[in-house]
Design a protein. Structure first.
Ligand code: ZN
Length: 127
């Protein structure tokens, strides 16, 4: 069956958003340009830029899920609930594909349908 495609982006509270791939490239380019001007390492500047955006409720696109584990994902988006090193860092469920209980990444757990969640992909999807 090809109906019911996985939603590409999660629901988030009003005022929060997911950067487009184009926006992410622009942020990365700006961070690397600033890093060159200030003599810091580019990947550090990039990480700081994305952490700062996450604090303001602006997040990265979800990554492709790793194979061999449940593909449900969760975006820790509540700055009151998550430490800065978790905020905005996409979590993938570490349980068996097709399990029926709550999802758990090892760092946090969640239930399908909550804000910031993406459901597991259909099991018969081709890799
Ligand atoms: Zn799961």
């Amino acid at each position: 069956m090809s109906t019911n495609p996985t939603p590409a982006l999660p629901q988030l509270p009003d005022g929060m958003r997911i950067l487009s791939h184009q926006d992410m490239r622009a942020v990365r380019d700006a961070a690397h340009a600033a890093a060159r001007r200030h003599g810091v390492r580019g990947h550090l500047a990039e990480e700081i830029a994305f952490d700062a955006l996450a604090a303001a409720g602006v997040f990265n696109q979800p990554p492709e899920p790793e194979p061999d584990t449940c593909s449900a994902m969760f975006l820790p988006h509540q700055r009151e609930e998550f430490t800065p090193d978790m905020l905005g860092v996409w979590q993938q469920c570490a349980d068996e594909p097709g399990h029926v209980d709550d999802h758990d990444s090892g760092n946090t757990n969640w239930v399908d349908g909550m804000p910031g969640t993406l459901p597991a992909r259909p099991a018969d999807r081709e890799a």
